[in-house]
Design a protein around this ligand. Sequence first.
Ligand code: GCU
Length: 355
Amino acid sequence: MRRELLGLLLAAGMAVVLSGCKKPDQTAENGSSSSDRTAAVEGAGKGMWESPEFVFTYAENQAEDYPTTQGAYKFAELISQKTNGRILINVQAGGILGDEKSVCEQLQFGGIDFMRISLSPLSEFVPKLNVLQLPYLYRDADHMWQVLDGTIGKDFMNSFEGSDLVPLSWYDAGARNFYSSVRPIRKLEDIRGLKIRVQESEMMIGMVEALGASPAPMPYAEVYSALQTGTIDGAENNWPSYESTSHYEVAKYYTLDEHNRVPEMQLCSQPTWDKLSEFDRKIIKECALESAEYERRLWSEREKESEKKVRSEGCQIIELSPEEKQKFQDAVKPMYQRYCSDYMDIVDAIIETGR
Ligand code: GCU
């Protein structure tokens, strides 16, 4: 609640900044009549803007050194460079603007301008995205990127109509694995009956139920203490999240089941987007794509570093035998029809991609 309030106050602060902005070396007469494009070109010729025309907020729920946060800073830096400081992005990391679900709601009405979000909570706003996070959908990371970078990914980018959210780029978040504080999960029976934290997504609740465990949806920031106090018996996430949040300290059994790859997105608020010229939209989109390439490079390095750190801290890393992994896959298979029956043609096209 306090965080949501902070988000609103920040947005109100931004409005004050905006009302006092000045264009570089422009008189009041020509300032109001120039198009944004002309203004930007003039700004480029005469150096940085005296004060920005727009200062936008960007919400990120990961720590400062995390690849997605570094991607956000890169995005902000590129936009400032390309507009000579006319558009500034104020990145708020560490989840201080709130959990992903409430930040996304604020984007819808323009209380926050940009965010990076995992597809699990985002699918509650754009249900078709569930397709892209189905368990055991992709053969590996390359397969997922062929899909997202190809025509299927582009079609999904065009599926946001009516959501009040504008998709900008895909970010990497690797593969997710289960972990537990109470016992190692070596086979399907071991997860049965465990209370497992899931992201706030109907499909993730369904996935844990399909495996015979009990789902506990809650925001990311609450997981550490829930594990520590025993409110939950486990959770699931990728290597960098497991490491960065220190969940490994309180849940030492990490099972490499790779049940899903949940890509992430950078989003812009539709009300914010509506304020921008075509010229500025193009710059923002280009910077988002460039920041996404950067994030993907950082991601693959961080995955290795996080794995190394977690292993060196004495966690027990469990590999599933192919037979056991097949049992996990069989248990979740009915979810394809249950959650994505309207999109089975796309699911098939994804499976066929790269074959
Ligand atoms: C990943 C993802 C976050 C998300 C988290 C979660 O860490 O990057 O955006 O909040 O998973 O499990 O909730």
